[in-house]
Write a protein that binds this ligand. Structure first.
Ligand code: UDP
Length: 488
């Protein structure tokens, strides 16, 4: 498709955590490669140092003419040399954002390689950055990197507050089954039977002044009023209810996922390699261990359970032990990512290592998308981060859902009861529950077969949405024509 003759320069500024950087980098790559936009991709200094450490000096070399990197100071301490900060301190990050926003404005106004603010367009999910762009007259769109359903669930939090369900009356409600037994029906865009447990985890507060609830409500308001459009990393067929309901309350919205699949179709005349080959690796803040792919090569199809909890979640020592013994007790082979910043890793029982020797592979960071696509992987034990779930859907791999925080509860609900590609492991499962769930999903019984069938169907639907003429492909063209082109 021909790109508009004059185009705004796109300035990407994702929230500075792995799960935001990866899809933002994928979208930036796609708009650059397929539609010919010039792009400046902004990292924070902390992440710039991590990228350099993980991938060497080439990490931030301009990938192609018209695509460049920039960085703004964030005041966070330097990344350590031994890759021990794969996870990020979310509180510190949020605290740093107002300073980052000031530095961002300075960058846009003083960077000689950027055109005037009015000739750029910011693509971001960070509200202080979106507000900063508004202050300097820079056009802006939101790129929301988690599910439309969880966005809707966050939007609906104000109704939970209005109904008196949030904040909770007392901490006892967290323990006595209240979250499971309280069902909230009739909220637009959300499925029937949503339990309080299925809403984003920050509603589990007893504090009427809870800062995270206030921040979320504020964030929701920002994305409703500050950007001229909201781009979602999902696809119409997957989340039609939430997307339709959101159309009533948000600026124009566009579903353009799954980006890893769209990237496979994005080649340029001078460089016919699919952009997907490079995009995930280029945005990884941690060093990838590719030896696990060799290990998988020696395994039978659908024989390995892959367990990974994203870039932020930390398991407690107890959770780690239950998971370890659950994996061991399932009788299946497994590939398990334990990040080095999860200090509890040291607490892995030696008997567990002895018992599972040869049957398990433990690593600190893997090329996850490639792992999920590997024919040997039969199930994914996941924390339900949205990128992980989309990557699993794209690969047709059924999921075991163990949500921890934020949007993960809603994503888990959708996977288990709406898309029917996952089973709930719960939020604090015992080793017996972990082992039983693995056997159910990996097994040849009716439930296992049902899950594999549904996963294969969603894989097909995701591929259709992403290919030329598919819903996401067309929606991305609409973003170019309806959102970016009118800016010039
Ligand atoms: N990831 C990876 N290697 C790993 C673990 C995770 O490449 O060993 C990637 C994963 O593919 C996904 C991202 O890290 O793209 C995690 O994002 P997600 O939204 O799933 O979770 P978050 O880290 O935001 O909680």
């Amino acid at each position: 498709m021909a790109a508009p003759a004059k185009k705004p320069h796109l300035v990407f500024f994702p929230f500075p955590a792995q799960g935001h950087i990866t899809p933002a980098f994928q979208l930036a790559t796609l708009l650059h490669r397929r539609h010919g936009f010039d792009v400046t991709f902004v990292h924070t200094e902390h992440n710039r140092r991590r990228l350099l450490r993980a991938r060497g000096p080439g990490a931030l070399a301009d990938p192609a003419p018209g695509f460049r990197f920039a960085a703004v100071p964030d005041g966070l301490p330097p990344a350590s040399d031994d890759d021990e900060d794969a996870a990020q301190d979310m509180a510190a990050l949020h605290f740093a954002l107002p300073t980052v926003a000031t530095r961002f404005k300075r960058l846009v106004l003083s960077d000689d390689e950027l055109p005037a603010a009015a000739s750029c367009c910011l693509v971001s999910d960070v509200d202080p950055i979106l507000r900063a762009a508004e202050e300097i007259g820079m056009p802006r769109v939101t790129f929301w990197i988690t599910s439309a359903s969880s966005f809707m669930a966050m939007q609906q939090c104000r109704h939970l507050v209005a109904k008196g369900l949030v904040p909770l009356k007392d901490a006892e409600q967290l323990r006595n089954g209240y979250l499971d037994s309280t069902v909230v029906d009739g909220l637009p865009g959300l499925p029937k039977g949503m339990r309080l447990r299925d809403f984003p985890s920050f509603i589990r507060t007893t504090d009427p002044e809870d800062a995270v609830v206030a921040l979320t409500l504020n964030t929701m308001e920002c994305h409703r009023t500050i950007p001229s459009a909201v781009i979602f990393h999902t696809f119409d067929e997957l989340e039609s209810h939430a997307i339709t309901a959101m159309s009533d309350i948000l600026p124009p919205i566009y579903a353009v996922g799954p980006l890893p699949l769209l990237l496979r179709h994005a080649t340029t005349a001078g460089d016919p390699a699919p952009a997907a080959d490079t995009s995930a690796a280029r945005s990884s803040l941690s060093r990838e261990d590719r030896a696990c792919l060799d290990w998988l090569d020696g395994k039978r199809p659908n024989s390995v359970v892959f367990a990974s909890f994203g870039s932020i979640v930390k398991l407690s020592g107890e959770q780690l032990a239950e998971l370890a013994w659950g994996l061991a007790g399932s009788g299946h082979e497994f590939l398990w990512v334990i990040r080095t910043d999860n200090q509890q890793a040291a607490a892995l029982p030696p008997e567990f290592m002895a018992e599972t020797a040869g049957r398990g592979f433990v690593t600190s960071w893997c090329p996850q998308e490639a792992v999920l696509r590997h024919v040997a992987v039969g199930a994914f034990l996941t924390h339900c981060g949205w990128n992980s779930m989309l990557e699993s859907l794209c690969a047709g791999v059924p999921m075991l859902c163990w949500p921890f925080a934020a949007d993960q509860q809603t994503n888990s609900r959708m996977a288990c009861t709406e898309w029917r590609v996952g089973v709930e492991v719960g939020e604090d499962p015992t080793r017996e529950e972990v082992a039983a769930a693995i056997r159910e999903v990996m097994g040849g019984g009716e439930r296992g077969q049902e899950l594999r069938r549904a996963a294969a169907e969603w894989k097909e639907k995701a591929a259709l949405a992403a290919r030329p003429g598919g819903s996401s492909w067309v929606n991305l063209e609409r973003v170019v024509n309806e959102v970016f082109a009118p800016l010039m």
